[in-house]
Design a binder for this molecule. Structure first.
Ligand code: NAD
Length: 298
């Protein structure tokens, strides 16, 4: 990339610490969020605030977007006053949001037509790895753009893998989200059973974490369930969105995803229960309610 100027659009749970890490690594940031107050902290810490996504892009040689889903990525990049409008030929856009692969392909084609480099580069690892700069980054796009922006992505990630052309990053992310969701549900069922059997779930966790049931999900989410802590983290509504995108993609490809569909319904039910903004560890609440106990308190 040319200079070290980066636009950053979408400063939520993930975007804020990612932007902060780029500033700490010496990049100069121009930030934008539709919610003005989301920019305040970073501006206090030295970022420039922009009045639109277009303005953030105009001030930068590459612009990163980190927004909730496909409609927001489309609006932020392709919409009026969006990133693409403010990106001159030869500069780049990296969408790190988790969105439908087909939308990434649409955005990639629009960028190609404008002579702008594009990567879809969703992440896994949640807020803790966003803060540590150790996210797993799965990338779609061409090799040249990947090579241009690897140094930048290195600041944010512990692993960066080019998975294929436009949309391949987000297809890989759907694979990740299926595996995580079903693992969270399995941890929920196991810990509810432990509690109802009269065991201490934290002792059960200690006993099994080093065996085959051990997982990053068990460590990160099992411990939240045991503490009764459902502050996000990764919101129920975002995981419901990801599994919906997985089911649509499965349908397009003729791949049945029966257990994914079941967990997607559980997440939808939690949203109806007013828990859309809770951490996805709240999948445990669905199982707890059916069993008539809680993992945290019995
Ligand atoms: P969030 O809801 O905390 O933040 C999203 C931000 O985007 C908000 O500040 C919102 O105001 C802003 N925004 C929405 N539309 C916009 C637009 N058109 N222009 C500018 N800003 C806009 O969400 P998050 O948890 O930070 O997640 C962001 C993305 O990262 C999602 O796609 C999510 O699925 C993915 N992700 C999240 C996690 C996690 O643990 N939170 C982990 C991996 C991936």
């Amino acid at each position: 990339m040319g200079d070290k100027s980066v636009g950053f659009v979408g400063l939520g749970i993930m975007g804020k610490p990612m932007a902060r890490n780029l500033m700490a690594a010496g990049y100069s940031l121009t930030v934008y969020d539709v919610v003005g107050s989301a920019m305040e902290e970073l501006v206090t810490e030295g970022a420039a605030g922009a009045a639109s996504a277009r303005e953030a892009a105009e001030a930068s040689s590459v612009t990163i977007t980190m927004v909730p889903d496909s409609p927001q990525s489309e609006a932020a990049i392709l919409g009026p006053d969006g990133v693409l409008e403010g990106t001159p030929k030869g500069n780049g856009i990296i969408d790190m949001s988790s969105i439908a692969p087909g939308t990434s392909q649409k955005i990639g084609a629009a960028c190609d037509a404008a002579g702008v480099a594009f990567l879809d580069a969703p992440v896994s690892g949640g807020e803790p790895k966003a803060i540590d700069g150790t996210l797993a980054i799965m990338v779609g796009g061409n090799q040249e753009a990947f090579d241009t922006y690897t140094g930048l992505l290195d600041v944010l990630g512990g692993s960066i893998v080019l998975c294929g052309g436009y949309g391949a990053g987000n297809t890989t992310k759907l694979v990740n989200q299926i595996i995580v969701a079903i693992n969270v549900e399995a941890v929920s069922e196991g810990l509810v059973l432990a509690r109802k059997a009269g065991l201490d779930p934290s002792v059960v966790y200690e006993a099994i974490k080093g065996g085959l049931a051990g997982s990053t999900v068990l460590d990160a989410k099992g411990t939240m369930m045991i503490a009764g802590d459902f502050n996000p983290g990764f919101r129920v509504k975002l995981h419901q969105k990801d599994l919906n995108n997985a089911l649509i993609t499965g349908k397009e490809l003729g791949v049945p995803l029966p257990v994914t569909a079941l967990v997607q319904q559980m997440l939808g039910s939690l949203m109806n229960d007013g828990k859309g903004d809770h951490d996805h560890a709240a999948i445990a609440n669905f199982i707890e309610d059916m069993a008539g106990i809680t993992i945290a308190e019995g």
